[in-house]
Design a protein around this ligand. Structure first.
Ligand SMILES: Nc1ncnc2c1ncn2[C@@H]1O[C@H](COP(=O)(O)OP(=O)(O)O)[C@@H](O)[C@H]1O
Ligand SMILES: [Mg+2]
Length: 788
């Protein structure tokens, strides 16, 4: 009912209403007492009526016209019951219309129209509502109110505030008027309410009216909900999709995008994802489809879906379970390495009996160039699986392993997921190189993530921060490699089966070179066997004088250098075939890099050969002692670690304490400065195992007895001259053998370690086992003045 406002009217004003009033015919509406409402007046005659009212006491009689189209209604065209109003405010608008706000005061019955021009004027009588009687009226009021409320809830045409307004009215007649004006029925109905002077009757009429209204609203609602239901659920989605399509077509984006989404959908359907991940992927695709093309989210989501799809959810390689064939593959690729090959064949055998068995997690430990990585590749070949390799060296950030959350700009999955993508199969051989070189810092501990990967209990649901969904790694065969076992966190070490690669003997290197490295390098340089022959002695010379390593990496590099130079000659058409003899090596490889054979040319005083052990394998280690007149000071050089320095001091103390027995004058130490140097100063050295070597060199220097040049030794010394066992025997013996040493002094307790040595190495060396220092000296030192 628009901007009607209802006011209280006091009887005082009603009593002042005159009997003769200007009449204003109104169309389409009826104004009830207590209602304030603005009206627009355009007709000339109406304006004159208004002006008349304003010039008198502002009272005006409003009467509805029966035919709303009639522009100049005569008395017979008007209803005879109207409303007397007071004009509150008048506003002339530029287009000659007048806006007037009127306040309804009371019903008025027209007795007679007494003037037609220049405006209508009538004689009327004010009608006051009769006093309602009986209880019936309350029932009617309640009923009307209830129905009104019902209508209000059925539709939204009636403003909800009206309820509060209506409830405050307690006069029955006024209530009927107010409700009618809110419900806004037809003009006839409104007029009928106006013309009804008995409040009870008026309420009855209103109730009938409200019933009809409620029914209409009910019907309206049913239709509405039917339409709505049709649109809900699938249809609604369809409708939205269609609309989206239409919009995209309008923008010219439809075709490519639609095709792209369709392709993605197909891929998701056929990826064989686990149910939950499948659902999630479809949901993400849905979100992607609804994103505006320009949104930066699009690429992020697209990349994510691509990653999700690149995981080998259900693709696996068939295992080749033929043991003989697998053994052949392993032998064709690598010489020796019996322990590794045996372990792989065992695994295959068990797997044949129990296909559900989980793969072992192998850890290959050994110096560089011994074939750890390349045998991994060969294992994959033997099993018929994919091979992937990642390097863990220098990784300090857990995110490198496990990925970064997608909320970071440019986030990517971690190395594991990347590796699985490369593999493209659920069950690759997955090599993690340099597991001893992972670090840890404030960005989290990468080994914690590795633990999860390598734990058979957990790795069927590995969680990458980027991928977010769990990835099953339980069919993967993990192999890790390390130079040293010690730096690997023990929790990780416990999960792996360690296989040691001690390094190769000269003999093994010869075989590897002849059977594998030379043919491989020839092929890589496009040479035929007839182009290049590297003689047996030549290879030996390369091994002895151009390399000193546990593995064969440098050996392979030197062979490659020769091949490269030959290839250049062949390509230039100079010559077709080369045979490389030892005397040619200088021309091909430059000056020899290592001295082979005896550590020293002569038996020397104050110089002993020890055996060291480094991540790159065992090697010989010279110890030099020189004496000069002084005050008994000790100087140590050659980058010796704390333990090695202490070892040197212990050796000195031992020698001083035993001076008499060794035939040294007691005052010698007080007037002599001792300088101990361990050459190859740029390499840090540490550990207690040079103890007996230091003592031997020192005693040799003081007693002037030379040290046998063919002897090398290792062992820890105590103050009392006991010789304690040391580690790394196998590597050290290989190193000694490589360097051309023939006699070895070892602590008694290390005797058992020789079992692991290759037989021909053991046979090539002479061992002396000792438990006390005098025995060391007995073997190592020559009599005084016997320098050769
Ligand atoms: N037993 C072997 N038989 C044949 N080739 C070998 C053998 N051991 C090492 N190689 C070769 O030596 C090179 C270095 O091996 P690599 O696997 O890189 O060593 P690592 O990973 O232990 O450092 C490779 O070309 C490899 O094929
Ligand atoms: Mg390697």
């Amino acid at each position: 009912m628009g901007d009607q406002v209802e006011l209280l009217i006091n009887d005082e004003r009603l009593r002042q209403v005159p009997e003769i009033l200007p009449v204003l015919p109104i169309r389409d509406t009826v104004i009830y007492p207590y209602i304030i409402q603005p009206l627009c007046i355009g007709r000339e005659k109406s304006r004159r009526a208004l002006e008349a009212a304003m010039s008198r006491d502002r009272y005006l009689l409003l009467v509805a016209q029966r035919d709303t189209t009639n522009d100049d209604p005569m008395p017979e065209d008007l209803y005879t019951v109207g409303t007397v109003v007071e004009c509150l405010q008048m506003l002339r608008l530029p287009d000659d219309t007048v806006r007037v706000t009127v306040e309804g005061l009371a019903r008025m019955q027209v007795r007679k129209f007494i003037q037609l021009d220049p405006h209508l004027e009538a004689d009327g009588v004010v009608l006051i509502d009769e006093e309602p009687e009986g209880k019936e009226i309350h029932a009617l009021m309640r009923s009307a109110l209830g129905l009104f409320e019902h209508c209000l809830h059925l539709g939204n045409r009636i403003p909800i505030e009206s309820l509060e307004h209506v409830r405050q009215v307690d006069e029955p007649g006024r209530l009927a008027d107010l409700i009618t004006s809110y419900v806004n029925p037809t003009l006839e109905e409104k007029q009928a309410i106006l013309a009804c002077f008995n409040p009870a009757e008026r309420l009855e009429k209103l109730i009938a009216l409200l019933h009809t209204e409620a029914e209409m609203l009910e019907i309206e609602r049913r239709i509405h909900s039917k339409v709505k239901k049709g649109l809900e659920s699938s249809q609604k989605e369809f409708y939205l999709r269609e609309r989206m399509k239409a919009i995209q077509e309008e923008l010219g984006e439809r075709d490519e995008r639609a095709a792209e989404f369709e392709e993605l959908r197909q891929k998701i359907e056929s990826a064989g994802m686990p149910e939950a991940i499948h659902t999630r992927a479809l949901k993400d695709l849905d979100r992607l489809e609804r994103m505006p093309l320009a949104s930066p989210e699009v690429t992020v989501m697209r990349t994510y879906l691509d990653w999700l799809l690149s995981m080998p959810w259900s693709v696996r390689s068939e295992d080749l379970l033929n043991l003989d064939a697998a053994e052949d593959v392993l032998n064709v690729d690598h010489y020796g390495l019996p322990k590794v090959k045996e372990r792989i064949l065992e695994y295959l055998a068990v797997r044949r009996l129990n296909p559900k068995m989980r793969g072992p997690i192998l850890c290959f430990v050994g110096p560089p160039g011994v074939g750890k990585t390349s045998i991994g590749r060969s294992i994959a070949r033997a099993l018929g699986r994919e091979f992937v390799r990642i390097s863990l060296g220098g990784i300090r950030d857990e995110g490198e392993i496990r990925g970064h959350r997608r909320t970071y700009v440019g986030a990517l999955p971690g190395r594991i997921v990347q590796g699985m993508k490369t593999a493209g199969k659920r069950n690759p051989v997955f090599m993690m190189d340099e597991i001893d070189k992972i670090g840890q810092d404030f960005r989290g501990d990468p080994s914690a993530a590795l633990l999860e990967v390598l734990d058979p209990e957990q790795n069927n649901a590995f969680s990458d921060h980027y991928l977010e969904v769990p990835l099953d790694l339980s069919e993967v065969m993990f192999i890790t490699t390390a130079n040293l076992l010690d730096p690997i966190p023990s929790a990780l070490r416990d999960r792996m089966e360690v296989i040691e690669f001690p390094g190769y003997t000269e003999d093994e290197k010869m075989h590897i070179a002849r059977l594998f490295l030379v043919p491989k390098q020839l092929k890589e340089h496009g040479l035929a066997a007839k182009n290049l022959t590297i003689a047996h002695e030549t290879l030996l010379e390369i091994i002895r004088r151009y390399t000193r390593e546990a593995g064969v990496r440098n050996l392979e590099r030197e062979i490659a250098t020769i091949c490269r130079k030959v290839a250049r000659q062949v390509a230039a058409g100079n010559r077709k075939s080369f045979t490389v003899k030892p005397q040619h090596l200088h021309a091909f490889l430059g000056v020899e890099r290592f001295r082979y054979g005896l550590a020293e040319e002569r038996d020397e005083v104050g110089m002993a050969t020890g055996l060291g052990w480094t991540p790159t394998g065992g090697d010989i280690l010279a110890v030099e002692v020189s004496l000069m007149p002084g005050k008994g000071q000790l100087q140590l050089t050659g980058q010796l670690g704390d333990v090695m320095q202490e070892s040197a001091k212990t050796a000195v103390s031992y020698a001083r304490a035993r001076a008499a027995a060794l035939g040294i004058p007691a005052e010698r130490f007080a007037e002599t400065d001792i300088h101990i140097h361990v050459p190859a100063g740029q390499i840090p050295k540490d550990g207690p195992s040079a103890g007996i070597t230091l003592a031997t060199a020192l005693i040799s220097a003081i007693t002037k007895r030379p040290v046998r040049r063919t002897v090398a030794m290792t062992g820890e010394i105590t103050l009392r001259g006991h010789v304690l066992p040391v580690g790394g025997i196998k590597e050290k013996m290989l190193g000694a053998h490589r360097a051309g040493v023939t006699t070895i002094i070892l602590p008694e307790e290390n005797r058992k370690d020789l079992e692991e040595l290759p037989i021909h190495v053991r046979e090539a060396l002479i061992f002396h086992f000792v438990d006390r220092m005098p025995k060391v000296l007995e073997v190592a030192l020559l009599p005084a003045n016997s320098e050769s």
